[in-house]
Design a protein around this ligand. Sequence first.
Ligand SMILES: NC(=O)c1ccc[n+]([C@@H]2O[C@H](COP(=O)([O-])OP(=O)(O)OC[C@H]3O[C@@H](n4cnc5c(N)ncnc54)[C@H](OP(=O)(O)O)[C@@H]3O)[C@@H](O)[C@H]2O)c1
Length: 283
Amino acid sequence: MLPLPRQIVTGKARLAGVLGWPVSHSRSPTLHNYWLSRYRIDGAYVPLPVEPAHFVQAVRGLQAAGFRGANVTLPHKEAAYAIADDLDHSARRAGAVNTLLFQADGRIRGVSTDGDGFVASMEAEGLAPKGRALLLGAGGAARSVAAALQDHGMEVAVTNRTAERAEKLAEALPGLGVVPWSEWEEQLGAYTLLVNTTSLGMEGGPDPMFRPSLRHAARHLVVADIVYVPRLTPLLAEAEQHRLKTLGGLGMLLHQARLGFREWFGHDPDVDPDLEAYVRASF
Ligand SMILES: NC(=O)c1ccc[n+]([C@@H]2O[C@H](COP(=O)([O-])OP(=O)(O)OC[C@H]3O[C@@H](n4cnc5c(N)ncnc54)[C@H](OP(=O)(O)O)[C@@H]3O)[C@@H](O)[C@H]2O)c1
């Protein structure tokens, strides 16, 4: 990998960061500072470990200190939704905010970039969000991805271990179907896209024995996993066995970051193999 140029941080540097608790696992500082170096932008992006009880105080402090905004990760996405003065369409649909944009007049704009990041990662691989999608999971990531796929015209259904959570999601996103958790494998033939939005398959995740079966998949099924560590999750390994087209989760992570970078630092950054390799090397 090419060595990066030295970062420039002068007294006029543009500032942003990521609020989380904990935040040390976040790859956002790695990727934003990669882009800052690569585009020779006078700026810095820092991790901001903030306890939930101090979230509002921290956001007001960042505004007062001249930050341009911040990404927000667990457990603050709902608090970020609440503190925003203006919510864009993506945030309202996701019911959460992962990007705060501080405006010159003191107002805060809240955006959710996860769902559009997922769709952008599909499109970057030449995959069109068309047809019928089945999502495993009904948590925060499922809602963002389901909303974005619906907004691109897909028919979307979710299946979740805890049925009530799937039903609640269907209330929030009109038109969303619900498939019983015990039946999704048999019903797979009806779908063009399968997305794992649970933490199943994640390194150190909840069930090391998770071994989904894709034997009922249609030949054209695209199989995506938003988990990105490991690169080859159990779901993607099974998809490869069936010679199905696959999509890993790192692309979503990289694409969802572009909007914030553009707004804070004034440059539309590229997602390319060098960036992927750089971020992958940090795992
Ligand atoms: N690639 C990216 O950029 C990106 C972005 C956001 C999130 N993610 C990843 O997406 C995953 C989910 O994140 P989230 O924020 O949506 O979390 P969340 O709101 O806590 O939802 C977790 C989901 O996983 C399911 N789950 C957990 N353990 C399970 C088990 N043992 N068996 C079956 N289902 C189980 C939950 O089902 P129940 O409702 O039954 O508990 C729920 O649907 C995480 O791995 C996260 O790292 C990736």
